[in-house]
Write a protein that binds this ligand. Structure first.
Ligand SMILES: [Zn+2]
Length: 330
């Protein structure tokens, strides 16, 4: 998604940028300020796409030329990303020098080079100072876009050299629409959007926590089926059942839970994955000998593999829960 007309919730900023493009007055350096997950990077990419595109239509990238395709695939040779190296907190002065070196070369395909600095507040003082001249007079007409969640953390000399655009947190309706567009279910999007403080990123993290809620449901189901009648076991299975992909996901969660239970029984509790379920995991794990848990884990792995093959997911789940319900305690 790299077109202005696909962006939601940032009309003021987007309109200002489109006017600049139409008037051929795009700035050399922008500072995009807003919370993470409100659309700063997507907007920056839409701007860069419109400048790089071989056949833009009224200031909008076409989406289908070689340049647009490379940008979408994240491998356009004229776009540079400046961010902290994986094991570092700050963007270093050496990284800024390398960037300056690259910007001084002729662009490969576009008319100008572009650079995203994210998060800009993580430039070291030295890095920020050495960037000043580039911000003032970017070589070869290149475009620099700095992203930040807090502009006051930047040197005033950096701020003053950029055109400062402020992004608002996303409204609930826009956030819901964007989450659904990115593949979240309608139910989850409607439930999580109001809790996400206007950020796609927060909403997606909340969905991750939601996964812990579904593991809890699964763990409760395991407890419920123990030593129950076949009919009760099948009822539980019916309640958990979904399509093939959902069942595969369910078994992935199950395997993670069983592995944790086994770790708890073998005194390696510091390595468990589902920390938020520790108490319940203990309770369930303590009922079985480690060898039974091992048996149950192996069966879950086997069943998952069978579903990946072509076994009916519902029948496989029935069978698994039945076996679990009959699992001997000792
Ligand atoms: Zn294009």
């Amino acid at each position: 998604m790299m077109r202005f007309d696909e962006l939601l919730g940032q009309d003021r900023v987007v309109n200002a940028l489109r006017r600049s493009i139409a008037a051929h007055r795009v700035a050399h350096a922008y500072l995009f300020e807003g919370i993470p997950g409100c659309g700063r990077r997507t907007t920056a990419l839409a701007l860069i796409a419109s400048l790089f595109c071989h056949q833009p239509v009224t200031g909008e990238a076409c989406g289908s030329c070689p340049s647009c395709k490379k940008l979408a695939a994240g491998n356009h040779p004229d776009l540079h990303l400046l961010q902290p190296l994986p094991d570092k907190r700050d963007i270093s002065i050496e990284q800024v020098r390398e960037l300056q070196q690259m910007l001084s070369l002729r662009p490969f395909e576009a008319k100008r080079k572009a650079c995203l600095i994210d998060p800009a507040e993580q430039m070291s003082i030295g890095a920020a100072n050495s960037l000043l001249k580039t911000l003032e007079e970017p070589p070869g007409d290149s475009l620099l876009i700095l992203l930040t969640s807090q502009a006051d953390l930047l040197l005033p000399t950096v701020r003053s050299r950029c055109q400062h655009l402020r992004f608002a947190p996303l409204g609930i309706d826009d956030l819901t629409t964007l989450l659904i567009r990115q593949g979240m279910t309608l139910d989850n999007a409607t439930m999580l959007a109001p809790l996400a403080d206007g950020s796609l990123e927060v909403a997606r993290n909340l969905e991750g926590e939601d996964a812990s809620a579904s593991r809890q449901v699964l763990l409760d189901a395991l407890r419920q089926v123990r030593h129950q009648q076949v009919a009760t076991v099948f009822d539980t299975s019916e309640r958990l059942a979904g399509g093939r992909n959902e069942t595969l996901e369910l078994f992935a969660q199950l395997i993670s839970l069983l592995r944790d239970m086994l770790l708890l029984r073998t005194a390696a509790s510091d390595r468990i994955a589902n920390v938020s379920l520790l108490g319940r995991l203990h309770e369930e794990a303590d009922r079985f000998l480690p060898s039974r848990l091992m048996e149950s884990l192996e069966l879950a792995i086997e069943t998952r593999r069978a579903i990946q093959g072509n076994v009916n997911p519902k029948l496989a789940l029935d069978r698994y829960l039945l076996r679990y319900s009959r699992l001997r305690i000792t």
